[in-house]
Design a protein around this ligand. Sequence first.
Ligand SMILES: Cc1ncc(COP(=O)(O)O)c(C=O)c1O
Length: 372
Amino acid sequence: MKGIWTYRSIWATSIPQDMVTMGEGHTPLIPARRIGKAYGIENLYFKLENTNPSGSYKDRFAAAAVSHLIHRGAKICLATSSGNTGSALAAYCARAGIPCFIVVVDGTPTAKLEQMQLYGAHTLMVKGFGLDTDITSRVFEDLRSISDAFHTEVQISAYTYSPQGMSGVETIALELAENIPGQFCHVFSPSGGGGLTLAVGKGFVKWKNHHPDFIIPRLHCVQPNGNNTIAGPLRMRKDKAEPLPGSTTKVSGLQVPGVIDGDQTLEICRTLGGDGFLVDDEMVFHLQAQLALMEGIYCEPAGAVAFAGAIQAAEEGRIAPSENVICLVTGHGFKDNGMFRRMKTVRHQYFEQMEGVSKYINQIFNNSHNNQ
Ligand SMILES: Cc1ncc(COP(=O)(O)O)c(C=O)c1O
């Protein structure tokens, strides 16, 4: 089976015998057909992480983390999540047959909570968790003592807490490295606490250790303005990420006001010639809709953040026409039930009779034909 385990000799610190897997990874890298030219990016590609089994790149994390837990004999999985880590862990725990308890960010979207619950996980929402830095740190500390009592390890998708799981995420870079189009390349990655971007950077460095001729792409960190902990400091040439008292972005998954993996993320982006980009929530929501309309890519808002950063880079003249641009599309649109409400122009048509259907199709076809 192709997927993250194909590369296990590169990323896995120990190789479990009994892997818990659903074929995660090996996601498509597709060229844009229309949207790249519309936004001034000639050679644009999307890495479709939304095609993973539970709908986000976190399946790479969960497969590695749950395999590790089973290997060390843990009987339960204890985790925190803004949605995608929880859904992924819940799915892999269901497959492994161990109970899964997830402390979720206050305000986690319903679709993500329901997904976790359908896999049989226990979702536990704590007021202010994930939004307030002090409450969040306290939850992390308390969970650590609970996990000690149950002889398990808390799963949080960051190197600071769960390096085994995070090393599975490095496979995004390994797959890209093997399939990268052309030599000069930019990779745009969305960041909350920075773990994903750091994993991609680490993956590229590991690939280079095995393939000295490989030219590592420039790795850029993109954050919503309301969660500027890494991208701003990176751009301002600072050495450290900066925590916020709270996150104000509405982009679920990227509301991480603490620094977590931020310092290392900033460092690796700088080392790999990347920069930081800050994007508005409104632009992200707009691009989420455009990706669906122009490319058939249905992603959650966080999945459109990298593309928003790439557009900013193109507008600032940072991308040469010959260079390739890869944007990570990190999570599926089914996880965000707000998109339909935001796209106010979408209407459901209801007809008393079939004649109305034919009239409607003709009218829409003629309008679009005349506008071409
Ligand atoms: C869809 C999505 N994209 C990107 C991220 C990146 O997060 P981080 O920088 O915290 O690793 C997350 C994290 O939850 C996510 O759910």
